[in-house]
Ligand binder design. Structure first.
Ligand code: K7E
Ligand code: CUA
Length: 663
């Protein structure tokens, strides 16, 4: 949420709060107690007790850390290409980054959300949002790989996403930028925002068994900025809550123009009702192009499908699916407590935290206790929905997590602290400095029905000097806070990748024993697989040359290829024949304009290579795989176009003998 670095202008315009720039407290070095090191210490060879899935912001990726050590375990490529793993560079994964705009190799991933069963994290999948070119990804936690990406039509800036319902029925996605819908002429003056711009909320259905996503329906809402959301749970299951800002509907200089009103809104959505309307045929079929990309584990390849239509419900026409609840000053986080009764709005320019009551919201709707309408949507009276306000908690509340013991923890960007408060009596219980402007918080399970309240992690917004300097940009950071006692205790800082936003944590037992260790070679259905060295070959089809290559400790087959000519496109389809856990082989060839391949046991991956000059080109394994890894190499001979050198390939022979097939 870098956009809330407030400018002088905004501060002047707001006037009320004087100290907006977060200050770095003194004595930051002495704040950590002597026992802290022991609490975060995980001995060499020991496992951490939690996984922490942290969004990578503008890196476009997600990373997995162990807690409490803060050790980085893996960067999972999602929306950005990753040369380390060949993601988006090999032929198999390129379709995963396809969109209706074409190949988009980067995005801005703000929020992670674990799948849930009965309101508890189940360790099956973790979802991530693409904030720039609106998409939602599902990562399979058996492989720690992105399994699926779906694009969202009628949207721009998919920020309020990907939040889920308590049985992962839906992943929702609210658009940050309202824009003209895809099926109308969008060539309109920007200052016609109020008439022409609309906000869309997408409900992506998730298959219970496979996890496969599908865009079930969208709700057309007033043009505002949807910022964050959370599903109801328990008694409020069936509802979703979205924070909205820019209810002023400004299209320029939002730092001033979207901060005019004293209150913006939280929008409550009755999605069960929306489902009924969908079934009753009340949705409009709207033509809109969006792609759906799926990675198939048996062909080891992704496919990208263009979709053309989406069902849209109108919140304006169907009056009882959306309700606006006034919420002070540009609400950011929108969090629901484990019981589902309390909805916490965090107005980033507010100096209090409003807590809304689900029961009161329902009774206000029943009594039509409305204060008019906002663009056709009923507005519930603030007092009628309000449970109470946390008074003077700090400055600039952003996000709240829960411990399941009746306490809430809210991050304060401006006053750089985490504040613990009691949900029932709204009293502040404790506060701890974060030494930097803090953004999101994470308690493992902290947005589910069953948190595991041992640790809280606070992720920075604005980097501060917590580590050795690294040039113009300092390291991004997270802080681990022990919340097992009455008083919060900071125990560790650890650097993060990209800009961290939301994160999720889960006990390691829910994931660690379910890992895919190898892909069975017999079950490999890749069209260019070679299931043994005997099947390795080179086939010419016009100017395309397909190399069916195998790798096993410590050689490739074939490892000598001649007869490649200028103008050829060479496809190395490399199958890793190993069937042991953690024995990947790599593959790289000199001058390739993409990346390496990193091929897991039993898997096939393809590197495209177009030689740009005549000569001998080495290829080699990039991943240290045995004592003879450095011997795992080969040569390719490239001859001029029109050369009569026959296409031959071999392994272990001084002179190539086998002549390649020509189709
Ligand atoms: Cu960083 Cu969730 Cu984009 Cu708040 S958001 S901080
Ligand atoms: Cu195979 Cu190194």
């Amino acid at each position: 949420m870098k956009q809330i670095k407030l400018s002088y202008m905004a501060v002047m315009a707001l006037g009320a709060l004087t100290v907006f720039q977060a200050c770095k407290p003194k004595n930051s070095k002495s704040a950590v107690g002597a026992d802290a090191a022991a609490k975060a210490y995980v001995a060499p060879g020991e496992y951490d007790s939690y996984y922490n899935f942290v969004s990578g912001g503008f890196s476009g990726q997600m990373s997995a850390y162990g807690l409490p050590s803060g050790r980085l375990l893996r960067v999972i490529p999602v929306f950005s290409v990753d040369p380390e793993k060949g993601w988006g560079y090999n032929e198999e994964t390129k379709p995963m980054l396809n969109t209706s705009h074409g190949f988009v190799p980067w995005d801005d991933l703000h929020h992670t959300e674990l799948s849930q069963t009965n309101g508890e994290t189940d360790g099956r999948w973790v979802f991530g949002n693409a904030n720039n070119t609106p998409r939602v990804a599902r990562i399979d936690l058996k492989t720690f790989r992105t399994a699926e990406i779906i694009e969202l039509p009628n949207s721009a800036g998919n920020h309020s996403s990907p939040f889920i319902t308590e049985n992962t029925e839906y992943v929702v996605a609210g658009t940050r930028f309202s824009v003209p819908p895809d099926d109308v002429n969008g060539d309109v003056a920007i200052n016609t925002y109020k008439q022409n711009f609309k906000g869309y909320i997408s409900f992506i259905g998730v298959d219970k068994t496979s996890g496969k996503m599908d865009l079930s329906f969208q709700i057309e809402c007033p043009g505002v900025n949807f910022d964050l959301s959370h599903a109801g749970k328990g008694k409020s299951h069936g509802w979703f809550f979205f924070s909205c800002y820019n209810t002023e509907q400004a299209s320029t200089l939002l730092e001033v123009n979207a901060s005019q009103k004293d209150k913006d809104f939280i929008m409550a959505v009755n999605w069960k009702k929306a489902e009924e309307y969908l079934k009753a045929g009340k949705a409009r079929k709207v033509m809109a192009k969006y792609v759906h990309n799926v990675y198939n584990e048996s062909t080891h390849s992704a496919t990208s499908e263009m979709k053309n239509e989406v069902m849209v419900l109108s919140a304006k026409e169907l009056k009882d699916i959306c309700y606006m609840i006034p919420c002070p000053k540009s609400p950011h986080g929108c969090d629901v407590d484990p019981s589902g009764e309390y909805i916490v709005g965090s107005g980033k320019l507010a100096a209090l935290i409003p807590v809304f009551s689900f029961d009161k919201i329902i009774s206000a709707i029943g009594k039509k206790d409305f204060a008019g309408e906002y663009d056709g949507i009923p507005v519930i009276k603030y007092e009628s929905a309000l449970y109470g306000e946390v008074k003077k908690p700090g400055l600039g509340p952003l996000h709240t997590e829960f411990d399941g013991n009746g306490n809430a923890y809210t991050s304060f960007f401006v006053s750089s602290e985490v504040v613990k408060w009691n949900i029932k009596d709204l009293k502040v219980l404790d506060r701890i400095s974060t030494y930097y402007s803090v953004g999101h918080l994470c308690i493992p399970g902290g947005d589910s029905k069953k948190p595991s309240p041992k640790y809280l992690i606070a992720y920075n917004k604005i980097t501060k000097d917590r580590y050795l300097p690294t040039g113009p940009e300092l390291s991004q950071s997270a802080q681990l806070i022990d919340i097992s006692g009455d008083k919060m205790q900071m125990i560790l800082d650890f650097p993060t990748i990209g800009e961290p936003h939301y994160a999720q944590g889960i006990p390691a037992e829910k994931i660690k024993d379910n890992q895919v260790k190898i892909f069975k070679i017999d079950e490999n259905k890749h069209p260019y697989v070679a299931k043994g060295e005997a099947e390795s070959k080179v086939v010419r089809e016009g100017n395309k040359v397909h190399v069916y290559m195998t790798s096993i400790r410590s050689h490739f087959s074939p490892d000598n290829i001649e007869g490649i000519k200028m103008g050829d496109e060479v496809y190395f389809h490399v199958t890793n024949l190993e069937q042991d856990w953690d024995v990947p082989h790599g593959f790289a060839v000199k001058g390739a304009l993409n990346a390496e391949l990193l091929i897991m046991p039993g898997e096939t991956q393809t590197l495209k290579w177009v030689p740009d000059r005549v000569g001998i080109f080495p290829m080699y394994c990039t991943d240290f795989c045995s004592a003879l890894h450095q011997e795992m190499q080969g040569y390719i001979r490239v001859s001029p176009a029109g050369s009569t050198v026959p296409l031959t390939f071999s392994t272990g022979k001084a002179i190539p003998e086998a002549t390649a097939a020509t189709k």
